[in-house]
Design a protein around this ligand. Structure first.
Ligand code: NAD
Length: 259
């Protein structure tokens, strides 16, 4: 229970990787602020499951497209729990299309949710972390923060941007007891990836099984990463043992970016 007494905001924690991280931090005793699309009722099952670890959990439905709602999420968390000690910027969306057909509103939304939302949340959380001289910021990037794939221009740009933001923030807060790191997963089995399988099968004229194999062919291990594995890495980066790790970008990608 190394995070007892700490409070963590995990954006986009009603599903997939964010939910896995919320569980991992709650298991270590942190109070959790959950966030995601929909309201408290629609996410009741996930909220109950995280609270079952015996910590306090609140839900805030800030839309990551709205900077004032993000600031309100941080302020509400501080009001409710007394502090925001750990901030995990995880909410993200994807859209796949060639650049000349890429819908402008999808570009804007991906940059806003996958990159600008992290800036707004960090900006709001830093003053409290500085005052308490302790903080952990973890940005969920992607193998696409280090490498690219065709038809994912907005996602690749946003994730490379988030990796840069991670380093810039790490330098700014290095003397304040605050660390800022990125985690860059390869393909993790979540609804975001599951949704890509039928699309890929349709556009390539292949079966869903072949689409799944095609996705996994990027990863030398030929295994999907699990949300529990990403959660464990986030819990480590949030711990006191990781106090000297900052400005780093941890790959958890089955060897993808080693090739
Ligand atoms: P997911 O679709 O399972 O979950 C996304 C979460 O973000 C949900 O909780 C959703 O409600 C929330 N969200 C989406 N738009 C939002 C908005 N406007 N405001 C607030 N919340 C919003 O996705 P996932 O696969 O768990 O991905 C989570 C993060 O991990 C993303 O940043 C993604 O880019 C990154 N990532 C995923 C993979 C993968 O293979 N799944 C790989 C690398 C990186």
């Amino acid at each position: 229970m190394q995070l007892k007494g700490k409070t963590a905001i995990v954006t986009g924690s009603t599903s997939g990787i964010g939910l896995g991280i919320a569980h991992a931090l709650a298991k270590e005793g942190a109070n959790i602020v959950m966030n995601g699309l929909g309201d408290e009722n629609e996410n009741a099952e996930q909220i109950r499951a995280v609270a079952a670890h015996g910590t306090r959990v609140m839900f805030h439905g800030a839309n990551m497209l709205r900077h004032n709602q993000i600031a309100d999420m941080v302020a509400s968390a501080e009001q409710n729990f007394g502090s925001v000690d750990i901030l995990v910027n995880n909410a993200g969306i994807q859209h796949v299309a060639p650049i000349e057909e890429f819908p402008i509103e999808k570009w804007d939304a991906i940059i806003a949710i996958n990159l600008s939302a992290a800036f707004h949340a960090i900006r709001a959380a830093i003053p409290g972390m500085k005052a308490r001289r302790w903080g952990r910021i973890i940005n969920i990037c992607s193998a696409h923060s280090l490498t690219a794939s065709p038809n994912k221009c907005a996602y690749v740009a946003a994730k490379h941007g988030l990796a840069g933001l991670t380093k810039a923030v790490a330098l700014e807060v290095a003397r304040h007891g605050i660390t800022c790191n990125a985690i860059s997963p390869g393909f993790v089995w979540t609804p975001l990836v599951e949704r890509q399988i039928p699309d890929l099968a349709r556009t390539q004229g292949i079966s869903e099984e072949q689409a799944r194999e095609q996705i996994l062919s990027r990863q030398p291990t030929r295994q999907f990463i699990t949300v529990e594995q990403v959660g464990a890495l986030a819990a480590f980066l949030a711990s006191d043992a990781a106090a000297s790790i900052t400005g780093a970008n941890y790959s958890i990608d089955g060897g993808w970016t080693a090739e």
